[in-house]
Ligand binder design. Structure first.
Ligand code: PXG
Length: 452
C-alpha cells in the first residue's frame, strides 16, 4: 500500500466521522480511498479500477465525467452561484427546472418544492401533508403509515418515517404519529403463498391498519415503489394496485418515495408509472442530478397543489439551499440528457431487459436462493440451501464477505444482510453488464468456498 494511502487512512480515521459506519471498526481496517472516476468505473488511491455496480449510492445514473453536467454547473457558478427563493425572489435555473420537471412528471404534477436531499424532501412531505389536511378542515388526520424496512432518509423525521430497526433504536421515538406495516418481501415472508396472493395479503395490511387507527385519523401512506436500501424488494404485481385502491377508498394521500426509482431507473421517468401507482406526492433526489451536486425535492400533485396554492397563507417551510442555482443547472442538463439521448427508453427497451436476462443467470449459482431484478436494480439472496431457502449462520457474515470479495475483484456490489444488491449506471453498455455478472459469479464462488 502506498504511503499516500496510508496517510489518508490515518487522517480519515483521526478526523472523519463517516455516515452509517462503525468508526472504531473502520479505524482498524482503514477506508478505501476513491480518488477519481470515469464512465462506469471508479478508481482507488492504489490505482485499482472498480466497476461501479451501485452508481455511487444509487445516484450516478449518467455515469462519471459527463462534460455537459460539469459545464452546466460551472457556468452557473460563474453567473450566479447562490441566491435564495425565500422573499419573493427566484432565479432562472430553479424556475426552468420546475418547468422541465412538470414536463417529465406523471400527469397532474405541475409544482415542485426543492430541497438538498431525499431526507429533507420527506420531511417536507410530512409538512405538506399536515398543511393539506389542516387547510381542508380535517386537522385530526395526523397518522402516517409506512412500512418496516423502508428507507426514507435519516433526518429525525425521515428516519422515523422509514422502517429501519437500527435507526428506530437510536431516534425512533422522537416523532409521533408514524406507524409501520409489514413489507411486500416475497422471498423472506411469502412462505407458501404465490407472489400474487402474497402481494394482496401484504397490501391489505394497510386496510387493517387504517381501520385500527380510524380512517378519519390517517393522513398518508408512504412507500418506495421498489424498496432500495432495504434490499431491492420488488413487490408482486398485485401489491400496488391494491394499495392504490385502499388509499382511494379511505381518501388517504399516497406518497411515492422515488428517490431511487425516479429518473429512469425502472425504465420510466418515474417508477410509479411502471408499477401503476398514481401518487399525490413524489419524493425525488439522487438521480435528478446524477449525484453531481446535491438536490432533492417533492413533486406536488394536483390534489395537494391546488389546496396549497389556492387557499393562500404561508407554507412555513424551506431550506437555505432550496433550489440551489448550480444544483438546478446540473439537474437541467441531466434531465435534458436523459430525454434527448433516449436513456429512459433505452433502459426500458434495451439495456434494462439485457440486464434482467443476464442477472437471472445468477439464479443457477449454488448459493443463490433468488436472483431478482426490475429495470436497472437487482438483488441476490445468499442461502446455504437453495430448496429450503436456509440462510447461512449470522456470524458467518455471508453478505459482508461477498461484498469484500467484490471490492477485491473490481466490483462494487452492496450487502444488505445476506442480500447482495446492485443498481448500475443507466448508461452501461452490454459489455459492462457482462462484466458485472461475470464478476458477481466469481465472487459468489469465492464466498461459497470461504463459507464451506
Ligand atoms: N428515500 C429513499 C427511497 C432513499 O433511498 C432517501 C430517501 C434519503 O435521501 P438522502 O439524500 O437524504 O440520503 C434515500 C437515500 C443505502 C443507502 O445504504 C441508501 C440511501 C442513502 C444512504 C444509503 O442503500 N438512500
Amino acid at each position: 500500500m502506498s504511503s499516500k494511502t496510508r496517510s489518508w487512512q490515518k487522517a480519515d480515521s483521526d478526523h472523519y466521522l463517516h455516515p452509517f459506519t462503525d468508526h472504531h471498526d473502520l479505524g482498524q481496517k482503514g477506508a478505501r480511498i476513491i480518488t477519481r472516476a470515469e464512465g462506469v468505473y471508479v478508481y482507488d488511491s492504489e490505482g485499482n479500477q472498480i466497476l461501479d455496480g451501485m452508481s455511487g449510492l444509487w445516484c450516478v445514473n449518467l455515469g462519471y465525467g459527463r462534460q455537459d453536467l460539469i459545464e452546466a454547473g460551472c457556468r452557473q457558478l460563474q453567473e450566479l452561484p447562490y441566491y435564495n427563493s425565500f422573499f419573493q425572489t427566484a432565479h432562472p435555473p430553479a424556475i426552468e427546472l420546475s418547468q422541465l420537471l412538470a414536463e417529465v412528471s406523471p400527469p397532474g404534477f405541475k409544482l415542485s418544492f426543492f430541497t438538498g436531499s431525499g431526507s429533507e424532501s420527506n420531511d417536507t412531505n410530512i409538512k405538506l401533508v399536515r398543511r393539506y389536511w389542516d387547510l381542508v378542515g380535517q386537522p385530526q388526520r395526523k397518522k402516517f403509515i409506512s412500512r418496516k424496512n423502508a428507507y426514507h432518509g435519516s433526518t429525525v423525521a425521515a428516519g422515523t418515517l422509514g422502517g429501519m430497526g437500527a435507526m428506530h433504536e437510536q431516534t425512533g421515538d422522537m416523532v409521533n404519529h408514524v406507524v409501520h406495516i409489514e413489507q411486500p418481501y416475497h422471498f423472506g415472508l411469502g412462505g407458501d403463498l404465490s407472489p400474487a396472493e402474497f402481494g394482496l395479503r401484504q397490501a391489505r395490511l394497510l386496510e387493517e391498519k387504517i381501520k385500527e387507527l380510524g380512517p378519519e385519523n390517517v393522513a398518508a401512506f408512504i412507500g418506495e415503489p421498489v424498496q432500495g436500501a432495504g434490499g431491492v424488494i420488488i413487490p408482486p404485481d398485485t401489491y400496488w394496485p391494491e394499495i392504490q385502491r385502499i388509499c382511494r377508498k379511505y381518501d388517504i394521500l399516497l406518497i411515492a418515495d422515488e428517490v431511487i426509482t425516479g429518473f429512469g431507473r425502472l425504465g420510466e421517468w418515474f417508477g410509479s408509472t411502471r408499477l401503476g401507482i398514481e401518487p399525490d406526492l413524489i419524493t425525488f433526489a439522487k438521480g435528478v442530478t446524477s449525484g453531481y451536486l446535491p438536490l432533492g425535492g417533492v413533486l406536488v400533485g394536483e390534489r395537494v397543489g391546488e389546496v396549497i396554492s389556492a387557499q393562500g397563507g404561508e407554507f412555513a417551510h424551506g431550506y437555505t439551499y432550496s433550489g440551489h442555482p448550480a444544483a438546478c443547472a446540473v439537474a437541467l442538463a441531466n434531465i435534458r440528457a436523459l430525454r434527448d439521448e433516449g436513456i429512459v427508453e433505452r433502459v426500458k427497451n434495451e439495456i434494462g431487459p439485457y440486464f434482467n436476462q443476464s442477472w437471472a443467470k445468477l439464479d443457477d449459482h449454488p448459493i443463490i436462493g433468488e436472483a431478482r431484478s426490475i429495470g436497472m436494480v437487482g438483488a441476490l439472496e445468499l442461502v446455504r440451501d437453495k430448496s429450503s431457502r436456509e440462510r447461512f449462520d449470522k456470524d458467518q457474515h455471508a453478505g459482508m464477505r461477498c461484498r469484500d470479495f467484490c471490492f477485491q475483484n473490481g466490483l462494487v456490489m452492496r450487502a444488505v444482510g445476506d442480500g447482495m444488491i446492485v443498481a448500475p449506471p443507466l448508461v452501461c453498455e452490454k459489455a459492462h453488464i457482462d462484466e458485472l455478472v461475470e464478476k458477481a459469479w466469481k465472487c459468489l464462488d469465492l464466498t461459497e468456498a470461504a463459507l464451506a
